[in-house]
Design a protein. Structure first.
Length: 342
């Protein structure tokens, strides 16, 4: 037999497909490798992806593999779609409540004009205060769910009375003192977002100084550029640099500050000290973004907190514009309410 025929047969044998048993073995090896890779991803990388990803949130650290980056964005998109559907259902449930509270508010206003009995008047004032707090809470939930600010108001309102309306929307209204320029007026479309933001800031100030007896001060003034400035000060414990930075990030609309980004592999991060929802400051951020307000926080441990809200000049109405009555009648102070009960 020639050498050429032997070589030819050898080449033929090498190109012959492997037997069925060998093919089954290869398929089993590939399947096992795939299961191992999936198990490693589920045990190791997937928890890190889920901890990092939020709807519309921050991506993984740049050093993460491209596959993890892609998985993070896909999960983020899915969460965003689910969240949008939930928000639509929530808005559809909340909007009728605002109408009910508005009807009740108008009814209370009419009844207050005809009540002469001191006890009944005190009861009406208490109901009006409860209605204002309920309206504020429902409106906050609506805008946090992505709803639009109400645009029912047309005529301007005095900024001083807007501040009093914000005072009316919190529980401990008697601890707030409102002072300043009563002639400044804002356009009607500014009232609801601004009142809601001021109510949140007043509520935070009152809660921060709950252990003390000193009041929270709100002052309305003008600025050199023609705008207005609302200043809220409290005598609470104040905030350290870390807490102040976090609060500032929320007020500026940065819901997840840069320090909340996913650290590089191997980096140890301490757990947050007091994880709790901060819906109040997020509501302030939404109002500021809608109106173009500038909100600034100043604080130090032991020195209380001062919040300034700059209202740009284009949000102010001419001084001679006829003001409209507020949706919420300014809540009487504690002394007036006690006099009514006597």
């Amino acid at each position: 037999m020639s050498t050429r025929s032997i070589i030819g047969r050898s080449k033929h044998r090498r190109t012959t497909p492997p037997p069925e048993a060998e093919q089954d073995g290869l398929r089993h090896q590939f399947a096992e490798a795939g299961r191992t890779a999936v198990a490693e991803f589920v045990r190791g990388s997937l928890p890190r992806v889920l901890r990092t990803v939020r709807p519309g949130g921050l991506p993984l650290h740049p050093s993460a593999p491209p596959e993890l980056q892609q998985a993070a964005w896909q999960i983020s998109n899915c969460l965003g779609q689910l969240q949008n559907a939930d928000r639509q259902d929530l808005r559809a449930s909340i909007e009728p409540l605002l109408e009910i509270l508005a009807d009740q508010r108008r009814m209370l206003a009419r009844q207050q004009q005809s009540v002469t009995d001191p006890n009944q008047l005190a009861l009406m004032m208490s109901l009006d205060h409860t209605n204002a707090m309920a309206h504020h809470g429902v409106l906050r939930a609506l805008v946090l769910a992505g709803g639009a600010w109400p645009e029912s108001r047309r005529r301007p309102a005095a900024l001083f009375e807007v501040a009093q309306g914000a005072q009316c929307a919190i529980a401990d209204f008697q601890r707030v003192e409102v002072a300043g320029d009563s002639a400044v007026q804002v356009h009607g479309g500014v009232v609801e977002p601004l009142m809601t933001a001021l109510a949140e800031l007043l509520d935070n100030a009152v809660l921060a100084s709950a252990g003390g007896e000193k009041p929270v001060h709100l002052h309305v003034g003008r600025t050199v550029d023609g705008g207005a400035l609302v200043t809220i000060t409290d005598a609470g414990p104040g905030m350290d640099d870390l807490a102040l930075a976090a609060a500032t990030a929320l007020v500026e609309g940065r819901l997840h500050p840069a320090s909340d980004a996913t650290p590089a592999p191997g980096t140890v991060r301490p757990a947050p000290r007091q994880p709790r929802p901060r819906t109040g400051l997020r509501t302030v951020a939404l109002a500021a973004a809608a109106l173009g307000l500038h909100v600034q926080l100043q604080s130090a441990p032991g020195s209380g907190t001062c919040v300034t809200v700059h209202v740009p000049v284009h949000l102010l109405a001419p001084a001679d514009a006829p003001p409209a009555p507020l949706a919420f009648a300014p809540t009487p102070n504690a002394e007036t309410l006690e006099d009514t009960l006597r």
